[in-house]
Ligand binder design. Structure first.
Ligand SMILES: C[S@@+](CC[C@H](N)C(=O)[O-])C[C@H]1O[C@@H](n2cnc3c(N)ncnc32)[C@H](O)[C@@H]1O
Ligand code: SF4
Length: 465
C-alpha cells in the first residue's frame, strides 16, 4: 500500500527537472572556487610545497590563455589576439614560473628534480603556439622536472588552422593525448556560436595526429547550444562514429552571460529549454553507448580499452579541474595565469589577470592570488562528493572509517535525504547512498547535499542539467 501511495506521489520527469535544475557547482573542486581567499599567499604555497613527499609523482597543468578568434559560447579563461607578440611575452613569464616552482621543490628535496607523472596543457588554445615554441615549452618542463618515462602528456587542441608542422612539433615534444575542441558539427550551430569548423578539417587533423603517433584522441562536444536539436546530436554522433576518438566529453552548455559578457551574442531564445537539453543529453548517451562507448560520470564517454574506462572498473576514477580523470596524482600544480592547483594542504589559484601575474614573477614570487587550506572535514566531504560524482554511490561507513567520524556529514545531509529518496533520485541500503538511474542526470544536486558551503557561496553557477 505504502509503495502504491509513493508511486502516486512520484514527480514526473518535467516536475523533477523544475525542482532540481537549480544552479549548483560542477564540483571540480571542494571547497569550490568562490570560497578561495587571498589570505593564502605565495609564502603559504611555499610552505605547502615543502610538505609534499619527494617521491610523490606530480601532475602539472599549464594554462595558455590565448585564442585567435572568440567562440561566443566560451567559458574558458582566454584572450583573443591576432598578434603573436603577447603570446611570446607570456611564454617568457611562464618559463620563469616553471623555474620558480621547480626551484621551490628542489630547495626542500636536496636539489633533486621532482618526479612528474602527468602533464596537461590547456587554455585558451595551446595550439596557438608556434611549432618551435611547442618544443621549447616541452623542453623547459623536461629540464626542470623529472618527467617519468610513462607519463601522460595531454594537450588541448583547436583543430581550426592546425598545420602539419604543429602536429609534428606536438609529437616530437612527446605528447601522448590530444583533446580536440569539436562542440557541434552542424553549420547552423557553428554559425550561432561563431566557430566555423568544417568536418573535413577536423578529420584531417585527427588523421595527421594518428599518422604522427598520437593515437589517444579525445573530443569535446557540447549539448544545449543555440539552435541545436536532436538532428544535430545525431550528426555529432555520426561524426564520432566515423572518427572514433577513444574518449569524449559531452558538456552541457553553461550559459553565464553575467560572467562572460560575450555570451550575450547568443540569443537566449535560440537556446534549448531544460527539457530539450535533457533529451539531447539522453539521445547522445543512448547513441554513443550503442556505438560501443561507455558512459562515465556526468559527461564523459570512453571506449572500453581507454584508461578512463579501466579507471571506472577499478574504482579509481576521480575528478579535477579538467573534469573526470584517471590521473591519480595527489598533487596538481597549476602554472600560468588563472591556473588552479591542489595538494593535500589545500587549493591554490594563480592571478587571473596578466598584470598581477607578470608583477609577481618580476618580483621572483610565485604568482598566487588566492586559495583555501582544506580541513579534515573538507577532505571528508570532498571524498563523499567525488564518490557521488564518479561512482554514483557513497558508503558512509567507509568515509567514516577513512576520516574518523562521519556524524556531522550524516547530520548535514539528513534533512534533505528523505526528500531526494521520496523523489526517486537516490536509494538507501544501510549506510550506503546510491544515485538511481532517474537520479543520474541530477547527480550534481545529489553531490550538493554534502556541500557545507553551498548556502554561503557568492558564486552563481550554471544550471544543474
Ligand atoms: C579550452 S577549450 C578546448 C581547446 C580549444 N580552445 C578549442 O576550443 O578547440 C575547453 C573546452 O571547454 C568546453 N567549453 C568551453 N566553454 C564552455 C561552456 N560555456 N559550456 C560548456 N563547455 C564549454 C568546450 O567543449 C571546449 O572544447
Ligand atoms: S572555445 Fe576554445 S577556441 Fe573557442 S574561444 Fe574558448 S578557448 Fe578559444
Amino acid at each position: 500500500m505504502k509503495k502504491i501511495i509513493n508511486m502516486l506521489l512520484m514527480l514526473t520527469k518535467d516536475e523533477l527537472l523544475k525542482k532540481y535544475s537549480a544552479p549548483v557547482p560542477r564540483y571540480t573542486s571542494y571547497p569550490t572556487s568562490p570560497h578561495f581567499k587571498s589570505d593564502v599567499t605565495s609564502e603559504v604555497y611555499e610552505e605547502w610545497i615543502a610538505t609534499i613527499p619527494s617521491d610523490e609523482g606530480l601532475s602539472l597543468y599549464f594554462h595558455i590563455p590565448f585564442c585567435d578568434t572568440l567562440c561566443w559560447f566560451c567559458g574558458c579563461h582566454t584572450k583573443i589576439t591576432r598578434r603573436y607578440e603577447p603570446v611570446q611575452k607570456y611564454l617568457k613569464y611562464l618559463f620563469r614560473e616553471i623555474e620558480l616552482v621547480a626551484q621551490k621543490f628542489k630547495e626542500s628535496h636536496g636539489n633533486k628534480k621532482h618526479p612528474v607523472k602527468h602533464i596537461h596543457w590547456g587554455g585558451g588554445s595551446p595550439t596557438i603556439l608556434e611549432p618551435s615554441d611547442i618544443i621549447k615549452l616541452a623542453n623547459h618542463i623536461f629540464e626542470n622536472f623529472a618527467v617519468l618515462p610513462d607519463a601522460e602528456f595531454a594537450v588541448e587542441i583547436d583543430p581550426r588552422g592546425m598545420t602539419i608542422e604543429a602536429v609534428r612539433a606536438l609529437a616530437d615534444a612527446g605528447v601522448t593525448r590530444a583533446s580536440l575542441g569539436i562542440q557541434d558539427m552542424t553549420e547552423k550551430v557553428q554559425k550561432a556560436i561563431n566557430r566555423i569548423q568544417p568536418y573535413d578539417e577536423t578529420k584531417a587533423v585527427v588523421e595527421l595526429l594518428r599518422s604522427e603517433g598520437i593515437t589517444d584522441i579525445n573530443f569535446d562536444l557540447i549539448y544545449g547550444l543555440p539552435h541545436q536539436d536532436l538532428d544535430c546530436i545525431r550528426a555529432n554522433v555520426d561524426a564520432v562514429k566515423a572518427l572514433k576518438p577513444t574518449r569524449l566529453a559531452l558538456f552541457g552548455y553553461a550559459h553565464v552571460p553575467w560572467m562572460k559578457t560575450h555570451m550575450k551574442m547568443i540569443p537566449e531564445e535560440a537556446l534549448p529549454s531544460s527539457e530539450e537539453r535533457m533529451k539531447q543529453q539522453q539521445l547522445a548517451t543512448e547513441l554513443l553507448c550503442e556505438a560501443g562507448y561507455r558512459a562515465i560520470g556526468l559527461d564523459h564517454f570512453a571506449l572500453p580499452d581507454d584508461p578512463l574506462s579501466l579507471a571506472v572498473e577499478e574504482n579509481r576514477l576521480t575528478r579535477n579541474f579538467q573534469g573526470y580523470t584517471d590521473d591519480e596524482a595527489e598533487t596538481l600544480i597549476g602554472m600560468g595565469v588563472s591556473s588552479i592547483g591542489v595538494s593535500d594542504a589545500g587549493y591554490i589559484q594563480n592571478f587571473p589577470d596578466m598584470r598581477s601575474y607578470v608583477r609577481a614573477i618580476d618580483a621572483n614570487k610565485l604568482p598566487v592570488a588566492k586559495g583555501v587550506a582544506t580541513t579534515s572535514n573538507d577532505r571528508m566531504r570532498r571524498t563523499a562528493i567525488q564518490h557521488v560524482m564518479c561512482r554514483y554511490e557513497v558508503k558512509l561507513d567507509d568515509i567514516a572509517h577513512q576520516y574518523g567520524a562521519a556524524d556531522n556529514l550524516a547530520q548535514t545531509i539528513g534533512p534533505r535525504l528523505a526528500e531526494f529518496e521520496a523523489d526517486g533520485l537516490i536509494s538507501r541500503e544501510g549506510k550506503t547512498i546510491k544515485v538511481t538511474e532517474e537520479g543520474k542526470p541530477f547527480v550534481r544536486a545529489v553531490a550538493a547535499l554534502f556541500d557545507e558551503y553551498l548556502e554561503t557561496g557568492k558564486g552563481k553557477h550554471s544550471q544543474a542539467v
